[in-house]
Design a protein around this ligand. Sequence first.
Ligand code: DGL
Length: 277
Amino acid sequence: MASIGVFDSGFGGLTVLKKILQKLPQYNYVYLADSARAPYGNRSKETIYTFTKQAVDFLFSKNCELIILACNTASADALRRIQQEYLPKKYPGKKVLGVLIPGAQDAVALTKNDTVGVIATYATVQSNAFERELHKLNTKIRVVQKACPLLVPLVESNEYELPFAKTILKQYLTPLLKSNIDTLILGCTHYEILIPTIRSVIGKNIAIIAEGAVVAHRLSAYLDNHPEIEIKLTKNKNRLFYTTDVTSQFETMGQLFLGSSFSAILTQWTESIPNQS
Ligand code: DGL
């Protein structure tokens, strides 16, 4: 019963899971939201690494073969260390992938004036991970980044359709518009839900990169290229949703992100993490 694990600090990763389920419905999935400790976006790199490592332990203990960090903050601050140090030592043969590189690849393919905007959490912007990945693909790209710490609470509190949401977005996006970006990466999984308001602020001519569809596409290609992993995955469409905080709120808000209802299971780290060292 090997599954694909999907992790986010909270609800946002469900926007990625939604697109993955549309593209690859046949597999079993285990989703984990660390709702009790979300948001991660204003935390230190070290804390984000520790929390993400615990999430990885949890999902591997639930028999996941492959984990997607459906969280830019975790992908920016923890993924490389997990891939290079933690997996070889503790889980040789298992895989953890992130959401950041697929978004950067799409942006480089789409930009015509080599000017790419990135909106993300404070931690993701501080990590400079998007700039690094974009420059690996094309050194000429000008990257204009903006941390938007109010957007995750706006979405999680379900207040993102109120008029002040547009005011906040205008404030965040104006410097990017002044820098003449032609492509905008939504560098946080929560922001997909804000696309209509973002579109109304930036107009029609700027390409928006939302990670859900891009990640689903890349995961499909990854499994095609790695039959040794694909063969281990169970294909009976099982879905399990874990949260580290109150399940009813996770279910109500999660529906909005996933586009369908589900039942969540409450888990507590101390009970379920085999080894937090
Ligand atoms: N899902 C996270 C991301 O994509 C944002 C939420 C948080 O700050 O924890 O960066």
